[in-house]
Design a protein. Structure first.
Length: 92
């Protein structure tokens, strides 16, 4: 299913990466637009897209976690039963 993939994109760790990467990029792009001139629309998008990404990681993490937990548990159980330590460590 798609839920484990969504879960990995919404984790608090991923949220921190988004903050570290996108927030300075958005601020500097707006500063560049102010200094060099440019489209107001581009400036708004440079702030809006990272903001929406971070907001969605905050709002959707718990519901997706609760929906994805059974599937992740089944995968972890199967990996441990088969002795696949690599897959078990990846899921853990």
């Amino acid at each position: 299913t798609i839920l484990p993939i969504l879960y990995k994109q919404l984790t608090p760790c991923k949220r921190e990466y988004l903050l570290i990467e996108n927030l300075p990029q958005a601020v500097f792009s707006v500063l560049f637009l102010l200094a060099e001139g440019g489209s107001f629309f581009v400036g708004v998008l440079n702030l809006l897209v990272p903001g929406v990404q971070i907001l969605l990681t905050c709002l959707c993490f718990r519901p997706v976690l609760f929906a994805a937990a059974p599937a992740l548990g089944k995968k972890l159980n199967r990996a441990m039963r088969n002795g696949d330590t690599v897959a078990a460590a990846f899921l853990w």
